[in-house]
Structure formats: C-alpha cells, structure tokens
Design a protein around this ligand. Structure first.
Ligand code: NDP
Length: 505
C-alpha cells in the first residue's frame, strides 16, 4: 500500500541512510488512525555509526568561528520560516494537532529559538569572564563545547523540541544525535536536511529512529557527553540514572501537574480564558498545563458558567481547516490512557462531571471524512468539586481534562500549601488584579515556570525548566546556553612567582 510519506530511516554522515535493521514501524495519522509512513528502526550498529559521525564532525565544528556558526544557523532559521506551512502540515499529520496551531506556534517557536541562540553566540554569548586578582595576576574562564550530545524528544511538540535542543547545542559548538519519539518521527530527517541546506557540515546533526531501546542505547553510549531529554518523569528517571553512570551532563524536561490559581479579585473573563488555554490548547497535551484550577468559593458558580460557555467555542474537526482549534490525541495508547483517567474520575474519584466525558464526540458521526471515526478523538472534559487526593488531581493525564478545586476566599495560606502539595513542580500561574499579592503568591509557589494573568507563552528569551521531579536544568534564555558548555578557569600570574610551598621543593 502506498503511504502519504516516503519511508524514513536514520540520517548521519550528511545523508539519509538506508535501513540499518530489518525492523520497522509505522507512524500513524491520529485524526484517522491511518498509516503515514514506514520508519526503519536504527540498529545498534547504526546508532554507533551516527555517534561516530557526530564525533568525527566535532573538532572542526567546535573550532568554527562563532560568527560563522551563527551565520549558518541563522540561514537554517530562515529556511524553516520559508517552509513554515509545509512543515506545519507534516506536524499536523504526525501529531494530529490542528494546522491553526502548528502553522503559528510549532515551527515558529522553534525557528525563534534557533535565531536567538545563533544571535547570542554571534554576539559574544560564548565569551568567558576575566577576574583581576592582583595587578599582575588574573583568572580567565572559557566556555568549551561538550562534544557529542544526545537529544531525545517527546511527541507533543516534535519539531519545536528538536530545535529547542539542537539550536543551543549546535550554536555552542557541539554535535548532536537526535532521537524523535517513535509516534512523531517525520520532522526529524526534514530538519536534518534543512540544517544541511543551510551549510551545517555532515555529522553535526544526526538522527536515529526507534523507541525506548534506541533512546536507552544512545543514553549510555560512551562517546555521548550529554543527554538532553524531554518526556515523562518515569522515563526521565531511567535516562538520568543511566547517564549518571558515565557522569554525563543532563537536562531533564519532564512532566507536571501545575496549579492555575484564580484569586477572588481576578478579572473573571481573563481567568476563564487562562484556564481554557491551560487545559485545552493542543488538546491538553502540553507539559505546563494548569490542570489543577483553584477557584475561590465566592466566584465558583460564575466561573463554571463562563467556562461552559467558552467550551462551546472549541472547534474540533478537520485538522487542516484553519478554523479548527482542537485535534485528536496523538496515539491509540495515549487515547486509551486519557479515557481511562476520565472514567476513573467519574467512577472511582466520583468528581462531578461538568462537561465532556468518555463517550465519542457527538460531531464525529456526521463528519464528512468517515475515517475520522477511527481517530483518537476525545471531548474536552471538566470535572468540578474535586479534592486534592483524587487520582485525576494528582497524576498527569496529558489530555483535555480540567479539575476544578475550590477554596475559602480568605485562606490564601492553605491554598498555597495545596498548590505545592505535589511531587512535580513544572509550572504555576496566578490570576488577580492585585499585583503585589500576585508576586507574593508566585514567590511561594514551588515551580520553575510561572505566569501572572496569562498562561502558556514560552518565548526564546525565557528560560524554562521544572523544579522537584519535573526536571533538571533549563532550556532557552541566557541560561539555556550554559547547559551546553563546560567551564575552564585559568589563573595567570605575570609575576611568574611559584608559590613558596613549591619553591622550597
Ligand atoms: P516518554 O517518556 O514516554 O518518551 C520520551 C522519549 O523518550 C521518547 O522519544 C521515547 O521513545 C524515549 N524513551 C522511552 N524510554 C526510554 C529509555 N529507557 N531511555 C531513553 N529514551 C527512552 O514521554 P512522552 O513521549 O509520552 O511525552 C510526554 C511527556 O513529556 C509528558 O510527561 C510531558 O509532560 C513531558 N513533556 C515535558 C516537557 C517539558 O519541557 N518539561 C515538554 C513536553 C513534554 P518512544 O516514545 O519512541 O518510545
């Protein structure tokens, strides 16, 4: 059967490789459950070859003048922008996310980060510092590239994640072997080709294909100096544990169960819009989602009414239609997982179902594309009267499932304690007109990414990373570059005096 996309395999030595193993898998269009392409799993010898390619390319790439590296990466950002809609269509096919999102967010925010880090290194961002100790002695520091780095991505923002990892990695002079999620691999070799077209030399950005075993082999590879991982907490724990054996650098961008706090004086329309964004954008498949929405008792009824009005404006359907803003979930296993949480919320947690539920969405039966009935479609779901110990409130669902939790208006102290009562600490946000109070609350929240009166924006300039089990390190912003270099400090003594303790020897 001919599929919409040609087969994909690994990419190294500056070209697409032929299949290096006999096993393969298919990537599936989540809107219809139909296959999109055959993907050849990269064998262990193929992974070794990709790492060897990256190792060979490292000395020349790390020695390339910063301004020249910057120029090449800026060109890649320009190509990404020129091919935005074509790449967005691929992402829409692979992830199921509506084209209205992928064409305005996914490629754009990846290209922004590439441009940001290219400009940063071109503008002296890799300079070290000089510390004068005495008139004739000083310390200088240099920032040195790490070597071959592994990037392992999740499926929710495939090309954005690939760029958020490879942009600072390559800008700092490292080379990369990247493994996309097996659920969304299509972007990976396209990105490799775009880098090559921009002038990135062979071996600097490489791709291997496959599931967890490919990621595990790459993580423990002795020639890999750093692993940058995005995925679930449980997988991140395995990856960090394996990397620790080789004392590798790690960046871990993991899951969350973030608190979205509505304070009693909040502009209710703004707060409802924030809660919608924090739960239903990308069909709820966003790591920073604010799925625990804390609402004061005084405005609970009004808040719920406005939420129900807003939910009616979610437009599910043809994912290529620019008016659609809600797609299916990414895969069958994920669809089944999200449905099981919704059922658990109703049957076991006994939360009150405000809207949605586990049934197939009503619009599906009359949709013009009959294949959509096989897709992984769910209905936006809101539970209310939730309590802190419910499973739907405690565990990351990673789907369009909002939990409303109420609190006594005057008890902000216990509200903050409840918001912090979780092992994860990725994001948090506060809605209020009282900005002094907003900063006081934000200051006490145990999360690495926080917002006041907005939700979800994550520009290139903003360093993002989780606290607690949500991760280690940050991506983006000035601090994002530091994660891809190692420091060397040199003390220079112009007096040429050897410390007396040695002079006596
Ligand atoms: P997973 O942890 O299931 O997978 C992430 C990646 O790791 C995939 O490429 C996967 O391969 C690979 N992998 C699986 N097992 C191993 C292993 N033992 N060693 C190395 N690699 C392995 O996460 P999901 O793909 O399900 O992504 C969703 C999760 O990602 C959510 O928890 C979400 O919160 C989090 N996330 C965090 C972000 C952040 O910035 N903090 C941003 C986006 C998502 P494969 O899938 O091919 O089997």
């Amino acid at each position: 059967m001919s599929l919409p996309y040609p087969p994909r395999s690994a990419y190294y030595d500056g070209k697409l490789q032929s299949a290096s193993s006999t096993s393969s898998f298919q990537t599936i269009d989540p809107a219809t459950a139909k296959p999109l392409a055959n993907i050849h799993t990269t064998s262990q010898s193929g992974i070794d070859a990709a790492v060897a390619s990256a190792k060979k390319a490292f000395p020349a790439w790390s020695a390339t003048p910063h301004i020249e590296r910057a120029r090449i990466l800026q060109k890649a950002a320009a190509i990404l922008r020129a091919r935005n809609d074509e790449l967005a269509k691929v992402e829409t096919h692979d992830t199921g996310k509506a084209f209205s999102e992928t064409s305005t967010v996914d490629v754009v925010t990846g290209a922004d980060v590439l441009e940001y880090f290219a400009n940063m290194v071109g503008g002296g961002g890799l300079n070290g510092e000089t510390i004068q100790l005495r008139p004739n002695a000083w310390v200088y520091t240099t920032k040195n590239a790490l070597g071959v780095c592994a990037g392992i991505g999740a499926w929710n923002y495939p090309i954005q994640i690939a760029l958020w990892k490879s942009a600072p990695c390559l800008a700092a002079g490292n080379t990369m072997v990247y493994k996309p999620s097996e659920f969304t691999p299509l972007h990976s070799t396209l990105l490799a080709e775009i880098y090559a077209e921009a002038g990135v030399p062979p071996g600097v950005f490489n791709v291997v294909q496959g599931g967890g075993d490919v990621g595990a082999y790459l993580t423990k590879h002795p020639d890999v100096a750093k692993v940058s991982f995005t995925g679930q907490v449980s997988t991140g724990q395995k990856v960090a544990g394996s990397a620790a054996g080789g004392m590798k650098y790690v960046t871990m961008e993991l899951g969350g169960k973030s608190a979205c706090i509505i304070l009693p004086d909040a502009d209710i329309d703004q707060a409802v819009d924030g809660a919608m964004m924090a739960n239903f954008f990308s069909t709820g498949q966003v790591c920073t989602n604010g799925t625990r929405v804390f609402v004061p008792q005084s405005i609970k009824a009004a808040f719920e009414k406005k939420l129900l009005d807003k939910v009616k404006h979610i437009r599910a359907g043809d994912v290529s239609d620019p008016n659609t803003n809600f797609g299916p979930l990414v895969s069958k296993p994920h669809y089944e997982k999200v449905l099981s949480y919704i059922k658990h919320g109703i049957q076991v947690d006994k939360a009150t179902l405000l809207c949605g539920g586990p049934e197939k969405p009503a619009w599906l039966s009359s949709h013009k594309n009959k294949d959509y009935q096989n897709g992984y479609w769910v209905t936006p779901t809101i539970f209310t009267d939730c309590t802190d110990n419910m499973r739907i409130v405690q565990e990351e669902i990673f789907g369009p499932v909002m939990s409303l939790l109420s609190y006594a208006d005057n008890d902000i102290a216990s509200l903050i304690a409840r918001a912090n009562n979780t092992d994860v600490g990725l994001a948090a946000g506060v809605f209020t007109k009282n900005l002094n109070l907003a900063h006081q609350v934000i200051g006490q929240l145990e999360a690495g990414i926080t917002w006041i009166n907005t939700w979800g924006e994550s520009p290139a300039e903003m360093s993002v990373g989780g606290w607690k089990l949500s991760g280690v390190g940050v991506e983006n912003g000035r601090k994002g570059l530091e994660a891809w270099v190692k420091n060397k400090s040199t003390l220079v003594d112009m007096g040429g005096e050897v410390p007396t303790v040695f002079a006596k020897l």
